[in-house]
Write a protein that binds this ligand. Sequence first.
Ligand code: FRU
Length: 466
Amino acid sequence: MKGRNHLSSQSEAKKHQLSYHIVPPKGLLNDPNGLIQYKGVYHVFFQWNQHGTVHQSKSWGHVTSTDLVHWEYHEAALEPNDWYDKDGVYSGSAVTKDDTLYLFYTGNVRGVNDSRESYQCLAVSKDGFHFEKEGPLFEHPKGYTRHVRDPKVWQGENGLWYMILGAQREDLTGDTILYTSEDLLDWTFKGSLLEKKLPLGYMWECPDVLQFKEKDLFVFSPQGLEPEGNKFQNIYQTGYLTGQLTPTGQFVSENEEFVELDRGFEFYAPQSFTDQKNRVISFGWVGVMEPEVEAAVPTIKDGWVHALTIPRELTYQNGVLKQQPVEELAAMRTGTPQKVEAEDSIVELTSLQQEVIINWKEDPKAFSMGIRDNVEISYDQETRTVTVSRINWLTNEREKRAVQLKKELKNMRLFLESSLIELFVNDGEEVFTLRYFAEDKDDQLSFSLADKNEQREISVYELTVQ
Ligand code: FRU
């Protein structure tokens, strides 16, 4: 019972607090923005309403780190205080050129009768902490509604700069458009990023291109997809197409198959960057998006809502995308892990920050794990399906998300916090991200075995950020 005593001494406001995820100091956080390692320091910006827990007056919040574990909070980097961004400094990205940091973002301006304008803007910095806005860069492109936003910029091997933007065509279908530039200031419109029109929803947000040796991935967050079996169960989803980026900057999709990046309940609008170790690292928004469910998130009474995922390293090899927690996070492991032997089925949690690693020698017949009497993770060999369910904090009903694995189940790695879980299956070939809100009294993990002779190893680490 030691775990129980320890945990129930937590104060009410601390109950759902997160310790190794980036959260807003107060107010509402959404998309990660401007991810970059600049002058050796990791900078993460994020969509931030400092004034309340609703989607309004977005600025760019700002945290920095030298190790991707400890984050230092700074003042908002960009505030919505100019005519071209007065209703929101919306999402965007960062690059460096000649030691200067360039931030590209969308200025959101609301008009009468729900109309809006969007401006693609630049801000620069010489030190990563003081920012100067340069204003809008170019005219709105023809053929697109005012839903054009979220500039992602990168430099090609040929030295040319590319910018892609989430967009909506005038026929109200989603698209991504491309601009190129030689100096980051003068931009030329090149039309759609894709050579072919794809019927995927009415608006595409937060586009990104990830370049790997073997393939390129076009990642985006389309709105308006209908659920299809286990797929597209959330209100909005994020996924990718595999293919090739041509030298002119067009993306040629290999098979037009849109694959979801995360199978959980809360994951949206991720952004990637390449760090100085040449790793492709991504953060996503752990956002509750269904309006009534979002409004009922229990942390709202503590004055904050939402979080970013832990940093994930993305690799693509032999046709498989893997997302894994960056190796730096292993530094949070404290002491020796608890081992769960085959007969053991209950683990008392000594902390609400834990990492659970499960390795199987061979594909288990079945597996199930309960977390704090709320979340359940299970596997069924017959259908090769991993299912994650939780109790919805608004309706009190159990709801689930599932994915069918391509091969047998080999391992699971779970990052637990007091109200957030990230589950990596088979070295990150599938990932589930979700929030959950459990009662204090339920501080246990339970494991159930299908077969006593099953060969598996379970280690439970306590995590701390000192
Ligand atoms: C995605 C998004 C972006 C926009 C931002 C506004 O979650 O809607 O398209 O730039 O959030 O906060």
